[in-house]
Structures are given as C-alpha cells and as structure tokens.
Design a protein around this ligand. Structure first.
Ligand SMILES: C[S@@+](CC[C@H](N)C(=O)[O-])C[C@H]1O[C@@H](n2cnc3c(N)ncnc32)[C@H](O)[C@@H]1O
Length: 252
C-alpha cells in the first residue's frame, strides 16, 4: 500500500513513520510513503505557500496552486486509483471501520493543512473526502495523517505477527478489548484474576468476552446498541452485571 502526504513539514512525517509498526512495514516494503512539499511547487523566489484571507481576519490561508501541483505530482508518481483526503476538523470523524476500508485501498493521498486551513476551491475540485480525528482543533494535518498511516498499516496483511493480531482489539468486533495483565501475578496486594492463570483456554476466552461486553456496556453503551448479541453474549453480560453487584456489595 502507498500513502502520500502533501505537507509543509515532510520531515515530521518521515521521522515519526520510522518507528514501531509503521517503521517495520516500510522497511519490509509492505508500505510505501511519498512526501510532497507544496513549497517545491511554487514559482516565486520566496517560495510562498500562504496568503492573507479574502474578507480579512486573522491568520493565513494555504494557497491553492502549490497544493494542486503537489497533489498532481503525487498522483502521477505511480499508476492506480488514488483517494484524496483533506485532513480537517470539519471532515467525517474517522472510526476503526473506516480504517478497515482504507486498508483495502491501493493508495491514499492526504493533504495536511496549516494556519487557518486551505483555499476552499481546492477542497471543491481536488479533494474526494474530508477526514477528521475528532471534535477538536490541532495546528496541522500532519499528526492526523500519521494517525491514519499507523491505524491503517497495522491492519495490512503480514504487518502484525500472529501473536499480536489486530482482530482482538477494541472496535474490531464492535466491542472494547478485555483487560490485560502480565507478571508479577501479585503486586502490592493486587492479584491477576485467577482464571487467567488456570490454563483453561475455553474458560479464559469466555472470561475475556465477558469483560469485553461488560466494559463496552459501562464505557461505550452506544456501541452495544449497534450489535445483535448472541444468546451466549447476553448470558455473559448478565453474569458481568451480577458479578459487579457482588463486588460492590463486598466493598461496602
Ligand atoms: C488550525 S487548523 C485550521 C482549523 C480551521 N480554521 C477550522 O476551524 O476548521 C490547521 C490544520 O490542522 C488540521 N487539523 C486541525 N484539526 C484537525 C482535526 N480534528 N482532524 C484532522 N485535521 C485537523 C487541518 O489540516 C487544518 O487545515
């Protein structure tokens, strides 16, 4: 898979992408990264990429032409369909299901804005979609691009080893992940749940699913509303609720 990012700070993306899962995927050639600086597509001596907003007001706006030329160059770098997204707080909020969809694409091209954003005419003509990290404003699209690159890369075949499959993680099955523990088995009076040390794999799976269901109900009930629970899952959820009541009573 190939990611391209149009950014005024290509080094920021290149550096962060060197680490962890993304870094390994790039090293192994599973992921390719193209970085395009709109400053390289300017025609004036000062390599201007921004200008004052029409209508006045604070801040600067990224100019259309250098961005358009950078997008065109990125598209032409390799054949194939390219999805062009502008990273923006006004876009659709990205979810795990979007990342699953993106992981089946050959190419994704993202435009990272800075300052007050980009000339709206570019969004109208050169951009297919607008993607948001969430309902808050950060200073530039680079961190958003890195989030997409990381979140999508870990879903690509052969990126994660069998022992770190992404299938078990939060949101993949519509639920939050179960809690995790590692050694030591007791620390300052806090013990790992006994069942996890029992070696009974079927019971461990059952416990984990119960915790996933219970956590999702308590922390993100709207996710459960979207699921059609199986009879077994309903029983596990009931067990979780009654166990919680017992824990509460014992604490009182
Ligand atoms: C300071 S922001 C501009 C915000 C814009 N004036 C607004 O209020 O909608 C600069 C750039 O950061 C990026 N950005 C900011 N918040 C974001 C978010 N929640 N998701 C994705 N990108 C974001 C965008 O690329 C944006 O062009």
């Amino acid at each position: 898979m190939r990611f391209d990012v149009v950014t005024l700070f290509p080094e920021m993306i290149a550096e962060a992408a060197r680490y962890g899962v993304t870094g390994k995927a790039i090293e192994r050639g599973i992921v390719r990264l193209g970085l395009w600086n709109p400053r390289d597509f300017t025609t004036d001596k000062r390599r201007t990429v921004d200008d004052r907003p029409y209508g006045g007001g604070p801040g600067m706006v990224m100019m259309l032409q250098p961005l358009r030329q950078a997008i065109r160059a990125a598209k032409a770098a390799e054949p194939g369909m390219v999805r062009v997204a502008y990273l923006s707080p006004q876009g659709v909020k990205l979810r795990q299901t979007d990342f699953i969809g993106f992981s089946k694409q050959e190419r994704i091209l993202m435009v990272a804005g800075r300052y007050e954003g980009i000339d709206e005419r570019l969004v109208e003509t050169d951009v297919d979609e607008e993607w948001s990290l969430g309902d808050y404003v950060i200073s530039g699209g680079e961190l958003a691009a890195l989030v997409v690159i990381d979140g999508v890369t870990r879903l690509l075949p052969k990126v994660l080893g069998a022992d770190e499959s992404s299938q078990q993680e939060s949101f993949m099955q519509g639920l939050l992940d179960h809690p995790h523990y590692t050694r030591p088995d007791t620390i300052e009076g806090q013990a790992v749940p006994e069942i996890l040390q029992s070696g009974d794999h079927a019971e461990i799976e059952r416990w984990r699913l119960k915790q996933s269901l219970g956590r999702t109900m308590r922390r993100r009930p709207e996710l459960l509303d979207k699921l059609e629970l199986s009879e077994e899952q309903k029983i596990l959820l009931k067990e979780f609720i009654s166990e919680q009541k017992t824990v509460k009573r014992n604490k009182q």
